[in-house]
Design a protein around this ligand. Sequence first.
Ligand code: AMP
Ligand code: MG
Length: 322
Amino acid sequence: MNFLSPIVHPTPENIAKAAALLQAGKLVAFPTETVYGLGADATNDKAVASIYEAKGRPQFNPLIIHVSEASDLHPFVVWNDKAEFLAGIFWPGPLTFVLPRKPDAPISLLASAGLDTLAVRCPHHPVARELILKTELPIAAPSANSSGKLSPTLAAHVAESLGDNVEMILDGGPAHVGVESTVLDLSGDVPTILRHGGVTIEDLSALIGTVRCALHDPMAPKSPGMLLSHYAPTLPLRLAATEASPSEAFLTFGDDTAAKGGAKRINLSPEGDPMEAAANLFTYLRQLDDPAFSGIAVMPITEKGLGAAINDRLRRAAGPRE
Ligand code: AMP
Ligand code: MG
């Protein structure tokens, strides 16, 4: 029989333990009013990489950053009037805003999958709020299910889906809303729903006027995933490079002693560990994306574990530009 993660009652002692685990870079599943979330310290690249690892998803989807108060977001995102107004009505609650990320935001670039925006939300569930308050950190948390499985509305679902990939599961009983938060993009001119959820488009448009829906509007991207194709380094990327020219930056992986060349090189993981490479990917790409170089050559990266998601992202970044 497989070892399953401990499911515990959300007593003050257990919440304090869970907060300490999060502060130590571990994963904790916790109840929210929408579905159970798989939380990690959003400022810790390795902790965020372990979320993707635990979910077993072959792609980096941007994650929602959870805080206990709207004012906690000021270091992270560029706030605006619509966000202020809607937060006053719906927060804490099942509404997520996508807002421009502040350039110096101390949030893992992997948590927003390299995007220039961040998805943020204040959950209503008392256990989620207490946990985040105790942790004193922004918490990145997707739904606590493995890739392709239904979103969990019970602690037992999390244990079934994630097995021992999570350090602790706080049991808050059934999630009330049972559907995910509505994702509303407030980073452009027209507020745009990227995912339907607990707050409806009618609720929103009654309050703020025109709300576009990216899921149905042929002029808008069809899914949040499509937005990701915009995010690529400015320099051209050359994949599966076994050596680099003298003018290229070189992003290497594993033992790179035989790979010659490159004006500057950074190794994603000298040990060849895909999890470490994932944690470093977006930070290192940004460091190499410098007009002083003619392009970025990238050494072959394993398809094992998070390697598949890394290669997916690199292929998109190397693909045709819009
Ligand atoms: P889940 O993690 O299962 O709650 O899903 C999070 C949802 O929020 C996904 O649909 C993501 O694509 C979306 N999302 C998170 N961050 C962003 C962002 N910065 N821009 C657009 N969509 C986002
Ligand atoms: Mg999900």
